[in-house]
Design a protein around this ligand. Sequence first.
Ligand code: SF4
Length: 193
Amino acid sequence: MRSPDRWTLQIRIMIKSKIKIATTSLAGCFGCHMSLLDMDERLIALLDQVEFNRSPFTDIKHCGQCDIGLIEGGVCNAENVQVLREFRANCTTLVAVGACAINGGVPAMRNYFDLQDCLQEVYVRGSGVTHPQIPNDPELPLLLDKVYPVSEIVSIDYFLPGCPPSADAFLQLLQPLLAGQRPEIASTRLYYD
Ligand code: SF4
């Protein structure tokens, strides 16, 4: 596990500049992002300390230099690999958030089947298909042979399990990180769905 650059965080805290956070959903359902928003009014206090960089909350398309990156979802295509590497290159501390990022989760259910069989079943043989054709637009990101946990592509500093992790678990992760400390999340806040 990579140790976070605490000096960067401590310096930001000392000069009271905001901590920069980036978030993304790879092969995920955005449920982890929704759970982050479940902090409700506690988000207001959080926003005094942080500013969001690339994130579905901002619609910024590329990850700039950030203190913390939160990754939701597994890695299912070439674009996911590119985004994940960009986060690793630019975020001091990278966190795998939720079951899909940690072990592939629901999207990884396709790993039990051949990729071509999956495509045939969905786009050609499936019930209700009226125009059978496997999409082949060159703009579509290339699918990987299977869905990978993010830690198989880049190094990850912390793991926050759950499907999704609760808002309280997010707080127990973020509050120490914002103070430049190592998070210790209570076992009662951790779920291995
Ligand atoms: Fe959605 Fe659960 Fe995966 Fe989070 S861990 S992206 S909530 S399926």
